[in-house]
Write a protein of this length. Structure first.
Length: 222
């Protein structure tokens, strides 16, 4: 069923999901006027190495992390699929599900946006969704610093007003500064592998799940 406003799409490996992810999604929801944010854990991400944990574990942790926020939804289709997790095919699936008029807003980090020319069928993305580039304050999203074809696309499609996202189902690029918490999944995995505490970096329910299943632990640090 279509949403009453723009629907945010937040993908990632979430290995594990942490408070930085949650704060980013909440700030984006508020700043962009999104009706909701749909979290989409990747199954087999083609652009990076295999996640440390199985898709089933990562999906379960995302469900636990967002359970208290009615504006957050979880989409497990990429994890449940047997093929690679291509963003363009996920957007095509959501278009079939939600219809041609639903505004879709794909949330991307600045590094991911700069790497779009390496993505599968990346030129089709703007025909399916708006792209919002989440970046640190003071960062300038400049077309001349990007690959030529991406820089030209940014120059032609960049919007300055989040309200534009509700006016069309797809087609705009918006840069949005975010207050990013200095929390990384890599650091959390390192802490847990060393038998150290990751409390206050993860939602308590996610930390309990990790402890229950003894995830990310080295055998020498049970």
């Amino acid at each position: 069923m279509p949403e009453p406003g723009p629907l945010g799409l937040f993908g990632g490996t979430f290995d594990p999901v942490h408070l930085g992810h949650l704060r980013l999604a909440e700030e984006a929801r508020e700043a962009l006027g999104l009706a909701s944010v749909r979290w989409i854990p990747a199954g087999q991400p083609p652009h990076r190495g295999a996640p440390r944990l199985s898709g089933a574990h990562r999906l379960a942790m995302v469900r636990l992390a967002v359970a208290g926020n009615p504006a957050f939804q979880v989409d497990g289709a990429e994890v449940e699929s047997t093929g690679p997790s291509y963003t363009v095919t996920t957007l095509e699936r959501l278009r079939r599900e939600l219809g041609p008029s639903q505004p879709l807003v794909l949330l991307l980090g600045a590094d991911a946006f700069a790497g779009l020319p390496g993505w599968h069928r990346w030129q089709a993305l703007l025909g399916l969704a708006h792209l919002v580039v989440l970046h640190r304050p003071g960062y300038a999203l400049a077309s001349e610093a990007l690959a030529p074809e991406l820089g030209q696309l940014l120059a032609a499609r960049q919007a300055g007003d989040p309200a534009r996202l509700a006016e069309a189902p797809a087609g705009s690029i918006l840069a949005l500064p975010m207050t990013q918490l200095d929390i990384s999944a890599t650091h959390i995995r390192q802490l847990l592998a060393a038998g150290r505490s990751a409390r206050y970096l993860l939602p308590p329910a996610v930390l309990d799940y990790i402890d229950q299943h003894q995830l990310y632990r080295n055998k020498s640090n049970p």
